[in-house]
Design a protein around this ligand. Structure first.
Ligand SMILES: *Cc1c(COP(=O)(O)O)cnc(C)c1O
Length: 406
């Protein structure tokens, strides 16, 4: 059967790597696609759509307000912009020039990552603190809470915290410092789902703004994300993303998202206008989010992953060089992957396997991050129903030709 990518001469891939952006995220579930399709049937006022989104996101996260963004990275840009400008339209017009504004965002060195470019895109300057010497094996410490406090200056606009089960120091300790100094705390929780309880957790622990990716585990459109938290900051963020080509008197938005009476006027298109989000993304993500938080949803997906994993593992039992096991990742309870261990005398090394899977037709992508430790990981979340036998068959073929060549 043909697919839409054939007309573009673009081969599809078998994605056992996970919802990576460069691999187009995950396949989009039918109910999400149907919602996006239906969204295209009408026009709406985007401020009204974000107002409706805010109510749903607030209910689910416990935050005062929330919006749908074009991704978690876009959420970081909007969050830092909001922390620098507040509701001042003059400052909004100036970004990324931050003259006269607080423009420093404090971050632990160990939390630095490629996505914080989005923070710098707003014009903010990252101020690194701490020494992550435990990674070098020479020390035992990471950044300590007092180091954040010591880095605060009159120019401090926000603190950035990148959530991860291994992240140090504890969020609650950083939140206490942020609160004592009245500095907004931005939490990048892009990939921290499931558990579903993490949608509420960071706000409950004291974050002022939280970003999530919509295209990762929530199962929304690839280019979608959530930004939620304090109403004045979320309001400042949405104002810098919306198209504002209207007179101030005609601008309407729910007071639950943005208190218009606090504005002296409307800014021009803001720094977030470049990462605009479409109605299809907003509706698609809200539909996915509403399903994601249902009690049965994560266990249902987990059961599917396990079944898919077994369908790959069972036909591989005859290969003595491999040992497959379903890995229940403690960080993502309920979303198992398949771990494939290679015997030291395996005729195919894990590294070769990753390359051969990738160079075959169709291209199969898996997680080779631990190939040097004698194993590969097959992420099961993005697999289509017909993929397991195809993957197992390809692995068999690769072994067969390696043995014949030997
Ligand atoms: C994936 C990720 C992002 C970016 O998410 P998008 O929705 O793709 O923009 C940002 N921060 C972290 C820590 C991530 O893992």
């Amino acid at each position: 059967m043909g697919n839409v990518y054939q007309a573009l001469n673009v081969p599809t891939i078998v994605n056992a790597r996970g919802a990576a952006t460069r691999l187009s995220g995950a396949p989009t579930a039918l109910f999400v696609r149907e919602a996006m399709f239906a969204a295209g049937d009408h026009c709406v006022d985007m401020a009204a759509l974000q107002s409706g989104a805010s109510k749903i996101i607030a209910d689910i996260t416990g935050a005062e307000a929330g919006i749908v963004t074009s991704g978690a990275a876009a959420g970081l840009l909007l969050a830092s912009a909001a922390c620098m400008t507040g509701l001042d339209p003059g400052k909004m017009n100036l970004l990324p020039d931050t003259s006269g504004m607080k423009n420093e965002v404090i971050v632990a060195r160990s939390h630095r990552n490629g996505y914080d470019h989005a923070i710098r895109t707003s014009g903010a300057k990252l101020i690194e603190v701490g020494l992550a010497d435990r990674f070098a094996g020479t020390g035992v410490r990471d950044t300590e809470p007092w180091e954040y406090a010591a880095a605060v200056t009159p120019k401090t606009a926000a603190i950035l915290y990148v959530a991860h089960p291994n992240a140090m120091p504890a969020l609650s300790e950083v939140a206490a410092i942020a609160k004592a100094q009245a500095i907004p705390l931005i939490v990048d929780a892009a990939a921290q789902l499931p558990p579903v309880s993490n949608l509420k957790r960071f706000i409950a622990e004291g974050a002022d703004l939280v970003v999530n990716s919509g295209g990762k585990m929530i199962g929304g459109p690839q280019a979608s994300g959530l930004l939620f938290g304090r109403r004045d900051l979320v309001g400042a963020a949405v104002l810098q993303m919306l198209d504002l080509d209207i007179p101030f008197c005609d601008f309407e938005i729910s007071p639950a998202l943005l208190d218009k009476s606090r504005l002296v006027g409307l800014p021009h298109h803001g720094i977030g206008r470049v990462c605009k989000v479409g109605k299809e993304q907003v509706v698609g993500l809200l539909t996915a989010l509403t399903r994601f938080v249902e009690a049965e949803e994560v266990p249902r997906r987990a059961a599917r992953c396990r079944a898919l994993g077994m369908r790959i593992a069972n036909p591989l039992r005859s290969l003595n060089a491999l040992n497959c096991s379903i890995e229940e990742d403690g960080f993502k309870p309920g979303l198992p992957s398949l771990r494939v261990e290679f015997a030291p005398d395996s005729p195919v090394s894990p590294d070769e396997m990753v390359k051969l899977l990738r160079s075959g037709k169709p291209r199969i992508e898996c997680d080779g991050g631990d190939a040097g430790h004698g194993r590969i990981k097959l992420n099961l979340i993005c697999l289509r129903e017909e993929d397991p036998e195809l993957i197992a068959g390809r692995i068999h073929d690769i072994f067969k030709s390696a043995i014949t060549q030997a």
